[in-house]
Design a protein around this ligand. Structure first.
Ligand SMILES: Cc1cc2nc3c(=O)[nH]c(=O)nc-3n(C[C@H](O)[C@H](O)[C@H](O)COP(=O)(O)OP(=O)(O)OC[C@H]3O[C@@H](n4cnc5c(N)ncnc54)[C@H](O)[C@@H]3O)c2cc1C
Length: 135
């Protein structure tokens, strides 16, 4: 925590001019209500201007993947035209369509439940495919 941006930069051990420039650029995004740099949603673009200034460690975490192979209800993988790719099955994070563009951390067990159900189904169906039983 510091009362000014240069003081905060010194505490963090980073060049004060660079931190000032970074914040200036970010604040200009806030004024334009558009972040062309990192695509931060406009509703979260709040200017950094009032003391005190705080620095926190932030890191990236991956919970699940969005997108992936499109499958039908039998876990058969579909091509770009929505046609079944013979003999190819997918489930869990390999398969897409469960979540759209966002992942809700409030849906307890949603991703794991889907992984278990779709993985089991894909495994069963692929074994049946090999044995010549449909699907
Ligand atoms: C920190 C964290 C917290 C989470 N909390 C929750 C939660 O509270 N509730 C919830 O529902 N979901 C949660 N999730 C999400 C959930 O864990 C995943 O969506 C789910 O585990 C995906 O299952 P999966 O079987 O598709 O993939 P994975 O669990 O990733 O399994 C894929 C497996 O394939 C193996 N593998 C990879 N490449 C190869 C290869 N070439 N050959 C052989 N094996 C390979 C990997 O080692 C791995 O064992 C959390 C995820 C994380 C990371």
């Amino acid at each position: 925590m510091a009362e000014s941006i240069p003081d905060l930069a010194v505490k963090l051990g980073i060049p004060p001019e660079q931190l000032a420039l970074t914040i200036e650029t970010y604040n200009s995004h806030c004024l334009q209500n558009h972040d062309g740099e990192f695509a931060k949603a406009p509703e979260y673009l709040n200017k950094i201007e009032k003391k005190n200034f705080y620095a926190v460690t932030s890191s990236f975490r991956v919970f699940t993947t969005l997108g992936g192979l499109q499958i039908d209800r039998h876990t058969r993988v579909l091509n770009r035209d929505g046609e079944i790719i013979e003999g190819l099955y997918a489930g869990g994070n390999c398969s897409g369509g469960m979540y759209g563009s966002d992942y809700s951390i409030l849906t307890c067990g949603g991703a794991l439940g889907y992984a278990v159900y779709s993985g089991l189904t894909a495994g069963k169906n692929s074994a049946e495919y090999i044995k010549g039983i449909n699907p």
